[in-house]
Design a protein around this ligand. Structure first.
Ligand code: SAM
Length: 258
């Protein structure tokens, strides 16, 4: 009888702990992001082009509905025997990334780069919400690069289901998207005006190499960095805030190249 009581207490303890862990996970990764997204939406409803923004977000949600970039990344790392934390997967959140990009004021003659683009969500956000001359994603893992490229073909088919005005303006924007399968250390950035790098998991040595590379950017270019900082006289910090990412809130810094 005594032993049964102990086992019962043990079971209750395990259940309570499991529930607490699940509740914390659910709060951090589901409820909190949902509430923050709702707040962003409320603010954007005052935007003069809210209808177009809403329709674009719906399009992007539908475009990525049946994809699982986390699983693709995990399987590819396993296949290629990659153990480095630099390949831990995480993504932007649609409207949050729109508000970040809005702060760098993208222009129709400008080119956007995402260094380490994964399935291409940041590239699609830049290309569809803004008028740019090119939006380019660079990804080292072949399976993620293939997934990103497949999304271009999917987008071309999906756009036909939307109303004609939407179709007309966005077909051109989709053709301006490009994905490169290479190490971003080797990427030529001579035509880059806006560079995004989700640098949270990069090792200090890699980050220093990236900074040296970014020094080649032309004056007036903007760099959007997640988590890491750039301490160099050529880069002026123009904005810093906590923004929503797929794993929660993260510090975004925006620099202008002088
Ligand atoms: C945190 S994810 C960011 C994905 C995307 N930029 C976003 O924010 O939605 C980082 C991506 O960078 C890729 N990556 C890491 N090191 C890389 C390198 N040296 N060259 C190219 N891609 C790299 C990873 O495979 C992963 O897909």
């Amino acid at each position: 009888m005594h032993i049964r009581y102990d086992n019962f207490s043990y079971a209750i303890l395990i259940l309570t702990l499991s529930f607490l862990i699940f509740a914390t996970w659910f709060w951090i990764y589901k409820i909190k992001p949902y509430l923050i997204n709702l707040k962003i939406k409320k603010q954007l409803q005052q935007h003069s082009e809210w209808r177009r923004l809403e329709e674009t977000e719906q399009f992007l949600i539908q475009l990525y509905k049946k994809t699982n970039p986390y699983q693709t990344s995990r399987k590819e790392c396993k296949r290629m025997a990659i153990k480095s934390n630099e390949f831990v997967y995480g993504e932007i959140s649609w409207l949050s990334f729109f508000t970040i990009l809005d702060k760098v004021n993208p222009q129709p003659y400008e080119t956007f780069y995402d260094l380490g683009c994964g399935s291409g969500k940041a590239v699609f956000t830049a290309a569809l919400f803004f008028d740019l001359s090119k939006a380019c994603g660079v990804e080292l893992l072949p399976a993620l690069h293939t997934l990103a490229n497949e999304q271009i073909d999917k987008a071309k088919s999906l756009i036909k289901l939307f109303d004609t005005d939407f179709y007309k303006s966005y077909t051109k924007r989709i053709t301006q998207i490009q994905f490169l399968n290479e190490n971003f250390i080797d990427t030529k950035l001579s035509d880059a005006d806006i560079v995004f790098i989700n640098a949270t998991c990069l090792k200090p040595e890699t980050w220093q190499t990236v900074i040296n590379k970014l020094l080649q950017l032309q004056s007036g270019s903007r760099v959007i960095v997640n988590t890491k900082r750039i301490e160099h006289e050529k880069f002026t910090l123009i904005h810093q805030a906590k923004e929503l990412m797929s794993w929660g809130m993260s510090t975004i810094s925006i620099y202008k190249v002088t």
